[in-house]
Design a protein around this ligand. Structure first.
Ligand code: SF4
Ligand code: SF4
Length: 483
C-alpha cells in the first residue's frame, strides 16, 4: 500500500524540494496562496431556494456543535474516523491538492484534524487534557474549514492508503453539512442546486431549450447517418429514463449522440425528462437534505413517465449519488431491476451479449487512454465496464501508470463542487498528477465517463501542455457502432 513520489514515471512529474517539502512547481501558484484562495460565498436567493439560512445564523457556534453532535449520533463511522487516526501520515502525500500546493493543511490528515480538534474540544475532554490538539469552534476555525473543506474534492484517494480506511471525504462532507446548517456555503454549489429546483438541471437549461437541443442533435444524427435517430423528451411509457449530466445535452454532445445511437441500435424506447434533466447531484457536496431532494426528482420523474428502468449517464458523482437512491428515496421496486444502472454497465453488457455490431477500426486514428473518475471508480465500483467498452471499440488502448488508475485514480482536480473559476490555480495544481500520468501514455484521446472531468481535464491538459483530446466513452462507441 505504500506509494512514493518516485513511483511516478521519471519523465512525468518534475518535483522540487522547497522548505523541506516535495512539491510540483505550479507557475500561477505562489507559496501560501492555497490559504488565501476560497470559494465565493453563496447568494441569499440561492440559499433561500434550497432551504438554508440566507446568512450566518446569530448563534452559529452553538448550532454548529449541535449539528456535529447529531452527525456523530447518526453516522457512527464519523465518530470512528475521528477517534482512530494515529497520525501516521501515510495519507499525507496521496492528495492531489497537497501534491500540487504543498500547503500542509491540504494533507488529508491535517484537513481532517481541522474538524477533529473541534470534536476533541467538545466531545473528548479527556484527550484534550492528555494533550491532543483541541480548539473551540471560533471565527478562525470556521475560516479554515471554509477554505480547506472546499479544497477537498471528496475523492477518497487518501482512504485507499490509510491503514485504517479512514475516509477523509466523509469528514469533509460532515464539515460542509455543519457549515450549511449555520448559513455558510459556496456560491457555485448552492447556485447549481437552486438551478435544479428551478429548471431541472445543473446548467439551468429551460425545458424549451432542452427540447431544441435534442431536436438539433437529431438533425445532426440524420446528417451523419441518414437515419431517424431520436432523442425523445418527456415520453410517457418509454422503457428507459436516461438521466445524463445536463452538460451532455449542451456541451458533450458526442456523448449524447452516442447514447441515442446505442438505444436506436438496440431498438429500446427511451426518454429524458425536463423535470429531472440532470444526473448530477450537487446536494452530495452540500448537505443530506438537498442530496435527498435532488435525487427524489429522478424517482418522481420515473414514476410520472411510467418507465421500467432508470439509467444514469456519464457522470462520476451522479453515479455515487445514484447508488444511494434506494436508501434516499426507495424502494425502487416499481422498476425492473429495482436498482440504479449506469450507462457503461448497460452498454458493456450489451456488447458482451453480442447485441451490438462494432467496427473497431473506426477509432484507429486514436491512441486511447482512460481516466477513472474518482466517484465512479472508488465510490461506485465502475472500473471494468468502461474498459470493456473501450477494448471493444478501439484497437489502441493504453493504461496510465498502475498507481494512478482504478481505485488509486487521481481526481481531475475539480470534483466535489470545486469546478469554479475562483479556484483555478488550485484546480490546475491539483490536476497535475493526472496530466503527467496521461502524458506518459502518449495517448491522443483521454476517455472519461464524467461531465466534471470533461470540463476540467481539457483546461488541465492545456495548462500542463499535454496534447490530448478529452471526451466520453460513448463518443468512442458512437464512432464505431454499425447501424
Ligand atoms: S478526499 Fe481526496 S481531495 Fe479530500 S483529502 Fe482525501 S485525497 Fe485529498
Ligand atoms: S493514514 Fe489514516 S491513520 Fe494515518 S494519518 Fe492518515 S488518516 Fe490518520
Amino acid at each position: 500500500m505504500t506509494e512514493k513520489w518516485t513511483d511516478f514515471p521519471a519523465t512525468a512529474l518534475t518535483w522540487e524540494k522547497r522548505n523541506g517539502q516535495l512539491r510540483v512547481p505550479v507557475p500561477e501558484l505562489t507559496e501560501g496562496i492555497a490559504a488565501s484562495l476560497s470559494c465565493y460565498p453563496s447568494k441569499a436567493k440561492d440559499m433561500r431556494a434550497i432551504a438554508l439560512p440566507t446568512e450566518r445564523v446569530p448563534d452559529w457556534q452553538r448550532k454548529a456543535i449541535q449539528k456535529l453532535q447529531q452527525l456523530l449520533e447518526r453516522y457512527r463511522a464519523l465518530r470512528v474516523y475521528l477517534d482512530i487516526c494515529v497520525q501516521c501520515g501515510a495519507c499525507s502525500d496521496k492528495c492531489h491538492f497537497y501534491l500540487g500546493t504543498a500547503d500542509p493543511n491540504n494533507m488529508p490528515v491535517a484537513r481532517a484534524n481541522l474538524l477533529r480538534k473541534v470534536y476533541r474540544f467538545y466531545f473528548r475532554p479527556v484527550e484534550k487534557i492528555l494533550g491532543g490538539e483541541a480548539e473551540a469552534f471560533n471565527e478562525k476555525v470556521l475560516r479554515e474549514w471554509y477554505t480547506y473543506f472546499y479544497q477537498c474534492s471528496e475523492c477518497r484517494r487518501c482512504s485507499v492508503f490509510c491503514p485504517y480506511g479512514i475516509d477523509t471525504a466523509e469528514i469533509t462532507m460532515a464539515a460542509r453539512e455543519i457549515m450549511a446548517e449555520i448559513g455558510v456555503a459556496t456560491k457555485y454549489v448552492t447556485e447549481v442546486v437552486a438551478k435544479v429546483y428551478e429548471r431541472g438541471n445543473n446548467l439551468g437549461i429551460p425545458a424549451p431549450a432542452w427540447i431544441d437541443n435534442c431536436q438539433f442533435l437529431e438533425e445532426e444524427l440524420k446528417n451523419e447517418t441518414g437515419k431517424d435517430i431520436r432523442l425523445p423528451v418527456d415520453e410517457v411509457g418509454a422503457e428507459v429514463l436516461l438521466v445524463a449530466p445536463s452538460a451532455d445535452n449542451f456541451a458533450n454532445t458526442d456523448t449524447m449522440m452516442g447514447y441515442a445511437k446505442l438505444f436506436y441500435a438496440l431498438g429500446i424506447s427511451w426518454t429524458t425528462s425536463t423535470y429531472a434533466s440532470e444526473g448530477g447531484n450537487f446536494g452530495l457536496f452540500l448537505n443530506y437534505r438537498n442530496l435527498k431532494r435532488v435525487n427524489k426528482r429522478i424517482i418522481d420523474a420515473a414514476k410520472q413517465l411510467k418507465v421500467k428502468r432508470i439509467i444514469w449517464g456519464e457522470c462520476g458523482h451522479a453515479w455515487r449519488a445514484a447508488i444511494y437512491t434506494n436508501t434516499l428515496n426507495g424502494p425502487m421496486d416499481f422498476l425492473d431491476p429495482p436498482y440504479p444502472i449506469h450507462i457503461c454497465q448497460f452498454t458493456a453488457e450489451m456488447i458482451q451479449r453480442g447485441a451490438l455490431k462494432i467496427d473497431k477500426t473506426a477509432n484507429d486514428d486514436l491512441i486511447v487512454t482512460y481516466h477513472d473518475p474518482c466517484n465512479a471508480a472508488r465510490a461506485g465500483s465502475l472500473i471494468e465496464e468502461p474498459r470493456a467498452m473501450i477494448r471493444a471499440t478501439c484497437n489502441k488502448f493504453v493504461e496510465m501508470p498502475r498507481n494512478t488508475i482504478r481505485e488509486k485514480t487521481f481526481c481531475c482536480g475539480a470534483g466535489g463542487g470545486l469546478l469554479t473559476d475562483e479556484l483555478m490555480p488550485i484546480r490546475m495544481a491539483g490536476g497535475k498528477p493526472r496530466a503527467e500520468a496521461c502524458r506518459s501514455t502518449g495517448a491522443t484521446y483521454l476517455a472519461t465517463p464524467c461531465a466534471i472531468c470533461k470540463a476540467q481535464l481539457p483546461e488541465v491538459m492545456k495548462h500542463w501542455k499535454v496534447p490530448v483530446k478529452v471526451g466520453g466513452v460513448h463518443d468512442l462507441l458512437s464512432r464505431a457502432l454499425i447501424l
